[in-house]
Design a binder for this molecule. Structure first.
Ligand code: UFG
Length: 342
């Protein structure tokens, strides 16, 4: 059985990916310092899959701790999926050093640990944020990256470059970056999902918290954009679909099917939805009509982006499958379970 190190494995996308990996027969070691997640997620992963992943709690930006980890597990780990990172766009503007220190050092420590202990495969959690506002839609992997809008976004660009340069030199190591569009939803079991701390920044957690009565109304940030209904357009990808993309990426690397030792793929649905369309889909899926008001634009928001997923479809054999209403219903069921709503 191949064993996969999943950093950030108790987080939103990480926990769903651990479930999919275990269900596909892989062994998993999670490393997470629980800075933005809870240890009980490990229990819930076990409830879903019947298998308890190994779990170690330490900070991946601590070089000594990371090298020690890789030495202790020498010969045991076949691949790494690196999720662990700070991810709040707005916060990163105010705390650039924390973001660079955490997100960039963690990656470099992991690459060093991989090199010294012979771990050959890395899947990296990147983002469509590297494209900024593209000149042409949909975006393909050939679409040029643009200067990042925030330190957070820049850590994704910089980390992609670090992996590219490292793999260029270390031919025995394979890197594969997945550029996620907007991940949303929750596991259909309602045992794991997204748990933002404080007031959510992202649209779907804000919607589900409003529906649950925790927030008075949703503020829609601008309806005067150059889109059909004036609200911004995104490509919302179900978190379970997204997690499955990691499993096929791991399989590709372990089977040596990668075409070069650094590759990157867009992971989205290929369909753009506006904020208003998403709010309407939520009502259709759950029967809950959402109170909302239109407010001013949010600084730094791009107008529209969605993926061309041809490369992931053809090369990885992966495709988004879950309909948006089901994804939103899963997100709502998770919120209800967290709040004790029947
Ligand atoms: N929005 C609202 N009201 C809210 C929250 C969001 O109208 O309360 C709107 C935003 O203006 C935007 C859309 O909903 O048009 C989606 O916003 P999110 O914050 O959910 O997602 P973003 O597209 O801004 O950001 C996401 C990820 C980032 C990543 C970025 C890449 O959260 O990590 O995509 O484009 F960098």
């Amino acid at each position: 059985m191949s064993k996969i190190l999943v950093t950030g494995g108790t987080g939103f996308i990480g926990s769903h990916t651990v479930v999919e990996l275990q269900e596909a027969g892989y062994g998993v070691i999670i490393v997470d310092n629980l800075s933005n997640s809870k240890a009980e997620t490990v229990d819930n992963i076990e409830k879903i899959t019947g298998v308890r992943p190994e779990f170690e709690n330490f900070d991946l930006s601590d070089r000594g701790a990371v090298l020690n980890f890789f030495l202790r597990h020498k010969g045991e780990i076949n691949a790494v999926i690196h999720f662990a990172a700070f991810k709040a766009v707005g916060e990163s503007v105010h705390k650039p050093l924390e973001y660079y220190r955490n997100n960039v050092n963690s990656l470099m420590n992991i690459l060093e640990g991989m090199k010294y202990t012979g771990v050959a495969n890395l899947v990296f959690s990147s983002s469509c944020t590297v494209y900024g506002q593209p000149d042409k839609l949909p975006v393909t992997e050939g679409t040029p990256r643009k200067p990042a809008e925030s330190p957070y976004g820049n850590t994704k660009t910089v980390n992609e470059d670090i992996i590219r340069d490292f793999c260029h030199e270390e031919k025995q190591i394979n890197g594969l970056a997945l550029r996620y569009f907007n991940p949303i939803g929750a596991h259909p079991s309602s045992l794991i999902g997204e748990s933002p701390v404080g007031i959510p920044n992202n649209l779907v957690p804000y919607i589900t918290q409003t529906a649950a009565g925790l927030r008075k109304e949703l503020s829609i940030f601008g309806d005067d954009y150059d889109t059909p209904d004036g609200t911004p357009i995104r490509d919302y990808i179900d978190v379970v679909d997204l997690s499955k993309a990691h499993v096929v990426a791991i399989k590709r690397l372990l089977e040596g099917k990668n075409k070069s030792n650094y590759e990157y793929f867009n992971i989205g649905t290929g369909k753009g939805l506006s904020v208003l369309e998403l709010v309407n889909a939520f009502k259709k899926a759950t029967g809950v009509a959402l109170p909302y008001k239109i407010v001013g634009r949010r600084a730094g928001d791009i107008v529209k982006i969605w993926a061309d997923t041809t490369l992931a479809n053809t090369e990885l054999g992966w495709k988004a499958e879950v309909p948006i209403e089901q994804t939103l219903l899963n997100a709502w069921n998770w919120e209800k379970r967290c709040r004790g709503i029947k």
